[in-house]
Design a protein around this ligand. Structure first.
Ligand code: ADP
Ligand code: ZN
Length: 300
């Protein structure tokens, strides 16, 4: 029988669930708002139960989850969302209920690691062994592969929470992160832009100075990742990056900040191919979850 995988993109605002085997075969997809854990995980299980009736038994499930999450296989809370400020979702077991309902292998990682993995398998990061995928949306998060493996380490990266310098002058803004104020997310996420400029980011005109400041803020963060991780490419996704004018501005600014120090033609000559849009559009996460499910099925 041909294999079939379940995929979950578990976000703080919405859940996307799908079944399929890859980009050419994403057979079925639903989305629903993230409410309480009981209701949302219940809907997820119902969806896959119905999908199994329609398409046959699933081999495995892959989950791209908002966090922070516990990825430590030896931990009693492996597969949990841990300390999220999202009401009701702290210390919630995500993997357990799915395992109990389907008795199949379940792969689990951060939303951004899995999105990066999807890009590595099918999108704009194919053939690389070290790269990062960042989402700049409701929050800011980063993940990816380092030396061919999804980056975990102590917990998992929290690239959105690096503290950035405050700008002085009439546009001074102290940031909205409840933990750090002016970290990257606190300064440059969609909600941060809304707090700063008084209107949703998507309604700001193209020539608004907000975009110049946004490009500069993103570039400061990217240069930190470049000098620390030496990624072979940086993929920028998420709602705010729908503003395509940010890309050339970021290319210019990153080069300006690095000031010739990192000597790679990727940066000095081909930066437009170095800091790029995801190749899978908004599907990096869900396709990454399919790929993770496939791997998880093979490993078990
Ligand atoms: P999430 O991060 O919740 O998965 P998104 O990546 O779509 O969802 O991010 C939503 C955020 O991105 C909102 O704060 C919204 O204001 C902002 N956003 C969405 N679309 C655009 C756009 N076209 N231009 C600028 N900002 C946008
Ligand atoms: Zn923060």
């Amino acid at each position: 029988m041909s294999p079939l995988f379940g995929a979950i993109e578990a976000g703080g605002t919405k859940f996307v669930c799908a079944v399929g085997t890859g980009p050419a075969d994403l057979r079925d997809k639903v989305r629903f708002p993230t409410t309480t854990p009981e209701e949302t995980l219940g809907k997820t299980i119902d969806y896959f139960k119905q999908a199994e009736v329609k398409y046959g038994k699933l081999d495995s499930i892959g989950i791209a989850c908002f966090g922070p999450v516990d990825l430590n296989l030896g931990s009693p809370t492996y597969g949990y969302i841990t300390s999220t400020p999202k009401p009701g979702w702290a210390n919630v077991d995500v993997v357990g209920p799915l395992k109990d309902a389907f008795h199949i292998p379940v792969g689990f990682d951060t939303d951004v690691n899995v999105a990066g993995y999807g890009e590595w398998r099918y999108g704009a990061a194919q053939g690389l062994d070290t790269f990062i995928y960042l989402t700049i949306g409701t929050g800011i998060g980063g993940g990816g592969l380092v030396n061919g493996k999804m980056l975990h380490g102590l917990v998992h990266p929290e690239m959105g929470h690096i503290l950035l310098p405050l700008e002085a002058g009439p546009n001074a803004f102290t940031g909205i992160c409840p933990f750090h104020g002016h970290c990257f997310e606190g300064l440059a996420s969609g909600p941060a832009m809304k707090a700063r400029w008084g209107v949703p980011a998507e309604t700001l005109p193209l020539d608004h100075e907000a975009w110049k400041i946004e490009a500069r803020t993103i570039s400061v963060a990217l240069t930190a990742y470049i000098v620390i991780l030496s990624p072979q490419r940086i993929l920028l996704g998420g709602g705010v990056m729908q503003q395509k004018q940010l890309f050339p501005a970021i290319h210019q600014e990153v080069r300006k900040i690095l000031n010739g120090y990192v000597q790679s033609p990727q940066i000095t000559e081909h930066i437009a191919d170095y800091i790029v849009e995801p190749g899978l559009g908004t599907k990096s996460g869900i396709l990454g979850a399919i790929a993770l499910a496939e791997d998880t099925a093979k490993q078990s």
